[in-house]
Design a binder for this molecule. Structure first.
Ligand code: HAM
Length: 425
């Protein structure tokens, strides 16, 4: 018979094996604890949204919307997209459930998978996890500084090294249109030297040209006007205050006028955090202010700011966190069919008493069961063979010392008593 072929995971979608999952639990715990200490509340969002939500928020002319979204039409004819990010979803949900109003602050965080059909490489996946947070209803620069301090704290807590925080201002509805025209004119003169993508971006979204990694585009755009030099006074003041507050908080952030971000909803503050050990995909997290997004999605004029951290990347730089998936304390090994019921009762009683137990039943030899217990990494095996069953007392084998212990365990005892007898051996 022909052996059926194995099915493998979708390219760019990855599995997290048990030991890595254990590390992620530690990371999640650190992140949730910090977020909670900053008074963020968790929101759980669907992983799919109407496509229109992303087109209108992230922007039609971004790489994400143009070529990276997983979009399909469902059987009812609705165009649906697996979320490439969650800021748009937070705003959608906040509006839908009346969580925001112009004079009310709301702090929400989320955690979950995002989907972008990018070229997979180290630190870049097509399904990846983000921990993100959004503050809605605050337009003052204190909150910009506060969330950057939060990120600095989180990266410090998990042991990331070589952390850099880069900051820029993207201007606002007042100053950016004029800047965009200036940039467009600059790029238009150099059109022939730009890559095909950037030639297209020229009309629709010239700011994105500054983010292109193609050498020809970088060279062609050398000396391009920078938004930082064309900010209106309120935007300039805002940035200056953010910097002053970060200084006062002991955070060293450098200005990088080339940070334009890959999403169109930003205005004013934009930032990216990098850390050592990530190679070319070195942003662990990024974010910024989006004071016009809520209104653009049909809501009242409510300001917003937030960030997202890539959890795979955070795990790569979190040098302080080590963990293994926990091993069972006891393997219960009934050796014959008529010992199964007792094995199940004993395992259940031990579990109810709070112990981690593997029930290694099955028609297998004692040797095979011992091998299984060894692989599972258990310290003790409770053997229930015919003799043990008759006597009502199981035999305990200490796997570390590789010896059957002369003492045996009363199979009729409570889980707590049994566990005490086992671990006392
Ligand atoms: P973003 O910069 O697109 O921002 O993504 C944030 C982080 O997600 C990145 O810094 C990176 O760590 C991770 N990430 C992005 N794409 C991938 C990928 N293909 N593979 C692995 N990790 C990836 C946002 O998503 C905004 N929603 C952040 C935000 C929240 N801005 C305001 N509020």
């Amino acid at each position: 018979m022909v052996k059926p072929a194995q099915v493998t995971a979708v390219k760019g979608f990855h599995d997290l094996l048990p030991d890595e999952s254990a590390r992620w639990r530690l990371l999640e715990a650190e992140a949730f604890e910090i977020l909670s200490s900053y008074a963020f509340e968790e929101i759980r969002l669907p992983i799919a949204e109407k496509t229109e939500l992303f087109a209108r928020s992230i922007g039609d002319a971004t790489d994400i919307v143009e070529k990276e979204m997983y979009t399909f039409t469902d059987r009812g004819g609705t165009s649906i997209t697996l979320r490439p990010e969650a800021t748009a979803s937070v705003v959608r949900a906040a509006l839908e459930h009346g969580l925001i109003a112009p004079d009310r602050e709301r702090r929400l965080f989320y955690y979950g998978p995002m989907f972008r059909r990018e070229r997979p490489q180290k630190g870049r996946f097509r399904q990846f996890y983000q921990i993100g947070a959004e503050v809605l209803g605050r337009d003052d620069p204190v909150v910009d500084a506060e969330i950057i301090v939060l990120l600095r704290d989180l990266l410090g807590r998990v042991g990331a090294r070589g952390v850099t925080i880069e900051l820029n201002s993207l201007g606002d509805g007042e100053c950016r249109p004029a800047y965009r025209e200036r940039l467009r004119s600059f790029a238009a003169v150099r059109r022939e030297r730009l890559c095909d993508n950037c030639q297209r971006r020229l009309e629709r979204n010239p700011l994105r040209i500054l983010d292109c990694k193609e050498v020809r585009c970088v060279e062609a755009m050398a000396g391009a006007p920078l938004v930082l030099d064309h900010l209106c006074v309120p935007c300039r003041d805002h940035l200056a205050t953010v910097r002053r507050l970060l200084d006062a908080a002991g955070v060293s952030a450098t200005i990088n006028p080339h940070i334009v971000r890959g999403l169109d909803y930003y205005c004013r503050t934009a930032f990216e955090i990098t850390a050592a050990g990530l190679g070319s995909q070195n942003a662990v997290g990024g974010g910024g202010r989006y004071d016009e997004l809520v209104a653009a999605l049909g809501g009242p004029p409510v300001a917003g700011i937030g960030f997202a951290i890539g959890v795979e990347r955070l795990a790569m730089v979190a040098d302080a966190l080590t963990a293994r998936s926990p091993r069972p304390a006891v393997v219960v090994a009934p050796l014959a069919d008529d010992a199964w019921a007792t094995g199940l009762t004993v395992a259940t009683a031990l579990r109810a008493a709070g112990h981690r137990v593997e029930l290694a039943a099955g028609r297998r030899s004692l040797r095979a069961l011992m091998r299984q217990a060894d692989r599972a990494g258990a310290r003790h095996v409770l053997i229930i063979g015919a003799d043990e069953l008759a006597a009502g007392r199981g035999t305990v084998r200490d796997m570390e010392r590789k010896a059957d212990h002369p003492l045996s365990v009363d199979l009729g005892a409570t889980g707590g008593e049994m566990a005490a007898q086992i671990t006392r051996l």
